[in-house]
Design a protein around this ligand. Sequence first.
Ligand SMILES: [Zn+2]
Length: 106
Amino acid sequence: MDLTPTELKLIDEKSLLIGWSDGQHRRYTFAELRKSCPCVTCRNERKASEAEPLKLPVLSPVELQPIKVEKMSLAGNYAYRITFNDGHNTGLFTFELLRELGTVVD
Ligand SMILES: [Zn+2]
């Protein structure tokens, strides 16, 4: 079964809600989405920090800002391209990935 989003809305300044074609609603925090960015750069960064767990990441001033989603646009009919307020927008969040993230709400 192909699940597609039927609803997309902001909940507050930190999270958004996606309604799905099977009636499920999931809440996503911007921080979780940013952390889960599936682009190659972010995946490599996550891999690198797993390899060296004792090394604390050095946060740049941009990263210290609260992360926000500035824009979400549909990419084809299978994913959202998310633009974050740190300027990052190379991640394609497939519907499949989005169904694994977030938490179910009633
Ligand atoms: Zn990324």
